[in-house]
Design a binder for this molecule. Structure first.
Ligand code: BEZ
Ligand code: FE
Length: 287
């Protein structure tokens, strides 16, 4: 039987019928159905399809150990955020909302003590972040691990500037205390552009989209017996807070980063004035 436009999806989906893993079969058959429907509806020319393949090829070729262009593509298409949304607070009511991991998470953040600074360069305007990790009944989660990372005051992650920034700058692995409390010092985060020097940047440029993310700090929180949480805290008055290039802002994750000028308050936080202070409490789901 010839391959026809009407039957193509069915024929290809059927070719996966013998897959042993039922979820793999479901995912691939669904992909075929939607992909064929897209092609039937939008009718790309051969040249357009070749362009699409070239774009995906370039996306793969741009990936290295420290650069993940496919995550970036998934992010700017809003797919990362959709996956987070259906697996995060929607699935676990009452917990802190999740948001995208992004391409700059590195395994092996330097282990640091509570109160330490993650700003190894010591150049950024000082910020103190503190909070508590609790469960949905408000009980502390002692010993929760918080992996935090952020761009420097110029908007770059350490791995983007290996010749300028020490490895591990802007990153830290903290362990919450017996009351679930954590605190660390950092450079006050600022808004920054996602990388635009690759295929995803080309896509943004070709479509008139800006590349900026509002100021934020990333958190990956783990504790035995609890669901892992991938999230950010966002700076309330940041530029682009209503126009994140990767659609990752949730209002429940936005906090005031308050400027503190009072030397006594600064001393109570173990720093000198002025600094910015942010409080971010985290609620984990029990697993
Ligand atoms: C980030 O916040 O690190 C990020 C997230 C998505 C795309 C690019 C960067
Ligand atoms: Fe970021």
């Amino acid at each position: 039987m010839d391959f026809t436009e009407i039957e193509s999806a069915q024929v290809v989906a059927k070719s996966f019928e013998a897959a042993d893993d039922p979820r793999l079969r479901e995912l691939l058959q669904g992909l075929v159905q939607h992909l064929h429907a897209y092609v039937r509806e939008l009718r790309p020319s051969t040249a357009e399809w070749e362009r699409a393949i070239a774009f995906l090829t370039a996306t793969g070729q741009a990936c290295t150990d420290t650069r993940q262009e496919f995550i970036l593509l998934s992010d700017v298409l809003g797919v990362s955020m959709l996956v987070e949304t259906i697996n995060g607070a929607d699935a676990h009511p009452g917990t802190t909302a999740s948001t995208v991991l992004g391409p700059f998470h590195m395994t092996g953040s330097p282990r640091r003590e509570l109160g330490d600074s993650i700003d190894d360069a010591g150049a950024g305007p000082l910020c103190v972040v503190e909070g508590r990790v609790v469960d949905t009944d408000g009980r502390p989660v002692p010993g929760a691990t918080l992996d935090v990372w952020q761009a420097d005051q110029h908007g770059f992650y350490d791995v983007q500037q290996p010749d300028l920034q020490p490895a591990g700058n802007g990153r830290g692995l903290f362990t919450a205390d017996a009351e679930g409390r954590f605190r660390f010092r950092t450079a006050t985060p600022s808004h920054y552009p996602i990388p635009t020097d690759g295929p995803v940047g080309e896509l943004l440029l070709a479509t008139g989209r800006h590349p900026y993310r509002p100021a934020h700090i990333h958190f990956l929180v783990d504790a035995p017996g609890h669901e892992r949480l991938t999230t950010h805290v966002f700076v309330a008055d940041s530029a682009y807070i209503d126009a994140d290039a990767v659609f990752a802002v949730k209002q429940s994750l936005v906090r005031e980063f308050v400027t503190v000028d009072d030397p006594e308050v600064a001393a109570a936080h173990g720093v000198a004035a002025p600094f910015t202070l942010a409080r971010f409490d985290i609620v984990l789901a029990r697993s």
